[in-house]
Every structure is written in structure tokens, then in C-alpha cells.
Design a protein around this ligand. Structure first.
Ligand code: GLY
Length: 352
């Protein structure tokens, strides 16, 4: 098992490995009267039983379970309020604990409930997807969607601990695992060096089958995120680097009506950001081929199926762009990414 410290105002640790769940009681330590396990209809039947057994020494009463739909629909005001009502009906107090078992939807919603119920209650995350292992579960961004847009109501609220049991990944469909790989490759490009070389030399499915390699790669990604979040918890500067590939990727997700999943959209966004960097003369043009080869080796897309004009319409509608320039995270080289404004009218040259 490997452990990464996140040095935010309220610090915590992320534990990663193939039997983190078995050590849950000694890792979380503090016993509470009650706990509420928040999960979804896909993950609950697979893992809730095991997690409830592991949580048993941590609470004096049998934990309660609250189950969400296994889709983005769960990040709604309706499900948020229904979770809060469930907590209130069961008289959950500030000295009890919520536990989020699932992907980013579950941890975003459960974290937001934890941030706001009784003005704050402790919570632990047990991510079950690669995407949430390396992104959503760490860093304390919690949110729900509003009819007007994604993540419009939220709070920064750090968990008490993050328990990444990599055995949860064994039941993840290949398509979803691959989607999470896009976020892993983002860290490769942000960090460069050994992580990038490792990702280039052990493409999928190698690191899915090798538990040690998989844990090492996840740990490295968490370490990078923890370092950035520890320096910029509230996203006022450096944390924007984590948006590499996301600004354009978000536009792709939107234009597709969210039929292109997040990771694939980020892959398209990262390839376009690298082309944008080359277009501005910021990076060696050879980096474009290197990034495209890497994404392709993970069977991720590098070109948008939509023209830049559709993307721009969506981004203007979403207020992601105003005026004639767009701010992007661009790679000057692996391990050296910067925030840079890019002329909107030249997007068509790097996108699509
Ligand atoms: N997912 C980006 C961040 O945590 O800042």
C-alpha cells in the first residue's frame, strides 16, 4: 500500500493499493456512532457488502446505505435534497460520517452533502473508477449540476481520507477504464519525466493486468494532484494546470450532448492543446506526434468529430469564452505546461 499526503488547510491522506479496504479501520481510526454509505445502483450490489464489513469497526451502530442512480442524473438538486432529508430523518449528527463509494458522480454529490449538511460533516471517499481515483476523489471539489449547467453549485470540502482500493477496478468495463486513462495521460504530459516514459512504454492493457504497475501509476498521478492542490487548494492559480485538455474537451462533451464521455473528450482536448502550442511556436512540433501516438496507444481519440465552429458556439453559450481569445493550458514541453490565451479565430486550425 502507498500513501500520499494532501497538505490542505485540513490535511488528509490518500491510501492506494490492492487491499486498502482491509486496512480501512486502522487507516481512518476515528470511531463514530453512525455512518452512511452513499453509493449507486451499479457499484452498491458489487461492493457495498464488503465495504460495510470493513466499516463495521469504525462505527458503533450498523451503517445506513443511501443508493443513487448510476448516472449523471444523480448530481441533481433533487437527489442532493433527498440525501440531506435522509440524513436529517435518521438524525445523523456532525460527529457521524458519510462514506462515498463509487465514481465521481457519487463523490461529488456526497462531498457536497457533507460540506453543507449541518454546515459540515466528515466524509471518506472510496473511489471505484480510474477517473475518480486520479481526479474526482482527491482535492475537495464537490458539486451538483443545475439545469443551467454542470457543477454550478458546489463547495471546496476536503475528505477525511481517501481509500483507493485498486481491486474495485477489476470489474470496471474496459471502455470506462480507458476513459480514465485520459486523465492519467494528462498527468504524464503535465509531469513529463519518468511517468510519461512509463506510460509510453506500458500502454493499456499492460497496466490493467499488472497490479503493482497500476498502483504505482495511480499513486504517481495522485502525488502530482496532491502537490498542486496543496499549493492552490481553492483554484486561484496553479490548480488550473489540471484543466489541461478540459476547456476544449468540455466543449466536445457539450456538442456531443454528453454522448462522448469525459475522458475521450479530454483526450481530444489534449491533442488540440498540443497542436495549439505548436501553432503558437511554444513547443517543438514533434510533441504533437508524440502526444497523438500516446493517446492512440491507449485507443483514445485525437480529433474532434465536430467542427471548431460548433465547439465555439457551445463554449460561448456556456460562457467559457468571451471576446476573441480563449485561455487554454498549453504544453511547452512534457513537464512544462502554461496558461496561455489563444486567438479564437485560429481554433479551427488546431481543432477537428
Ligand atoms: N478536476 C480538476 C481539479 O480538481 O481542480
Amino acid at each position: 500500500m502507498q500513501t500520499v499526503a494532501v497538505d490542505t488547510a485540513s490535511p488528509y491522506r490518500v491510501h492506494i493499493g490492492p487491499d486498502v479496504l482491509g486496512s480501512c479501520a486502522s487507516l481512518v481510526k476515528r470511531q463514530t456512532e453512525r455512518a452512511v454509505l452513499v453509493t449507486d445502483r451499479t457499484v452498491g450490489p458489487l461492493y457495498a457488502g464488503r465495504v460495510l464489513d470493513a466499516l463495521a469497526p469504525l462505527c458503533r451502530q450498523t451503517p445506513l446505505v443511501f443508493t443513487l442512480p448510476a448516472s449523471e442524473e444523480a448530481k441533481s438538486g433533487t437527489w442532493y435534497l433527498s440525501l440531506l432529508s435522509f440524513l436529517a430523518e435518521h438524525r445523523i449528527s456532525r460527529s457521524d460520517r458519510l462514506c462515498a463509494l463509487g465514481g465521481g458522480v457519487v463523490s461529488d454529490l456526497c462531498g457536497f452533502a457533507a460540506a453543507t449538511y449541518l454546515r459540515g460533516i466528515r466524509f471518506v471517499t472510496l473511489p471505484t473508477t480510474l477517473l475518480s481515483d486520479v481526479d474526482a476523489s482527491v482535492g475537495g471539489k464537490t458539486a451538483i449540476n443545475l439545469p443551467e449547467g454542470k457543477n454550478l453549485a458546489g463547495a471546496f470540502c476536503q475528505p477525511e481520507a481517501v481509500l483507493i482500493d485498486t481491486r474495485f477496478l477489476s470489474t470496471l468495463p474496459d471502455e470506462i477504464y480507458r476513459d480514465g486513462c485520459a486523465e492519467v495521460l494528462k498527468y504524464g504530459l503535465l509531469e513529463g519525466g519518468e511517468l510519461l516514459t512509463r506510460l509510453e512504454s506500458a500502454p493499456l492493457p499492460d497496466h490493467r493486468e499488472d497490479q503493482n504497475l497500476q498502483s504505482d501509476i495511480i499513486t504517481e498521478c495522485v502525488r502530482i494532484k496532491a502537490r498542486i492542490v496543496s499549493r492552490d487548494e481553492h483554484d486561484t492559480g496553479e490548480r488550473a494546470l489540471l484543466n489541461l485538455g478540459h476547456t476544449l474537451g468540455h466543449g466536445v462533451e457539450q456538442v456531443s450532448g454528453f454522448t462522448i464521455p469525459h475522458g475521450r473528450a479530454v483526450a481530444i482536448g489534449m491533442a488540440a492543446a498540443t497542436r495549439a502550442a505548436a501553432h503558437l511556436g511554444l513547443c517543438d512540433p514533434a510533441l504533437v506526434g508524440r502526444v497523438e501516438r500516446l493517446l492512440t496507444a491507449y485507443r483514445l481519440p485525437v480529433r474532434s468529430p465536430y467542427p471548431a465552429s460548433d465547439l465555439l458556439d457551445a463554449m460561448y453559450r456556456d460562457k467559457k469564452v468571451s471576446g476573441d481569445r480563449i485561455t487554454l493550458i498549453l504544453p511547452k514541453a512534457p513537464g512544462n505546461c502554461i496558461r496561455q490565451s489563444f486567438p479564437v479565430e485560429q481554433l479551427a486550425e488546431v481543432f477537428g
